[in-house]
Ligand binder design. Structure first.
Ligand code: C5P
Length: 223
């Protein structure tokens, strides 16, 4: 497995990064429809590894077991609705600190990014590590309190019983773990456009993202 792709990227790829519940997943999906591009939610890969570890009763800090689990991930496993739970999100951020787990998931993501016709990937390190050569990069943020409320509503709608305060604590803990880890910490790429969705509705955020990507595509086509 190589983490250095020798082939230059020739297709239009959009990297959408940002913290939990910033709106990046919804934005990525809407961009996919607007630009007719396939979308990969890369958080699902880490969630899948986390869930596999929990199911096998492995210790989430065991980087060898987690790397072995990451090597077995296939696209059809990403459809599992249990991956959207709070437990899966927390387990995902624990296994995501292991550099070899990240390495084991690199090929899957890079292959998706390089498909004919282009692609959109959302995650934490798409613009910095997975597709640093992406022609369009967004870093979507929102205040932690706003993100917590959004995530709490989603979890409630999905039948999870949890308080807003707990969800805010989860979000802060995950922000810290994702931002402070040594391997591919969550950071905006230097050439990413920042989009703060704190005061925006979903449709306002999606419109703003579409304009940013349209401008990036025009630059990419004329280059
Ligand atoms: O985006 P989502 O909340 O599904 O991601 C779950 C966890 O997976 C994140 O908190 C992060 O630790 C990890 N992740 C990552 N790199 C990505 C996508 C997700 O480290 N590209």
């Amino acid at each position: 497995m190589s983490q250095h792709d020798p082939e230059p990227l020739t297709t239009f790829v959009v990297a959408v990064d940002g913290p939990a519940a910033s709106g990046k997943g919804t934005i990525a999906k809407q961009l996919g429809e607007a630009f007719d591009l396939p979308v990969l939610d890369t958080g699902l890969l880490y969630r899948c590894v986390g869930m596999a570890m929990l199911q096998a009763r492995e210790n989430l800090d065991d980087h060898e077991a987690a790397t072995a689990a990451a090597a077995l991930i296939t696209a059809d496993q990403l459809e599992n609705p249990d991956l959207r739970t709070r437990k899966a999100g927390e387990a995902a951020s624990r296994v995501a600190v292991h550099p070899r787990v990240r390495g084991a998931l690199w090929d899957f993501q890079r292959t998706f990014a390089r498909q004919d016709g282009g692609a959109i990937l959302d995650g934490r390190d798409i613009g910095t590590v997975i597709v640093p050569d992406a022609p369009a990069k967004l870093f979507v943020t929102a205040r932690p309190e706003v993100r917590a409320e959004r995530r709490w509503k989603q979890l409630k709608a999905a039948g999870e019983r949890v308080s807003l305060k707990t969800v805010l604590a989860d979000i802060r803990r995950r922000d810290e773990r994702d931002g402070e880890r040594e391997a591919a910490p969550m950071r905006p790429a230097p050439d990413a456009t920042l989009l703060d969705t704190s005061e925006m509705s979903i449709s306002q955020a999606a419109d703003a993202a579409r304009r940013i990507v349209e401008a990036a595509r025009a630059r990419w086509m004329s280059s």
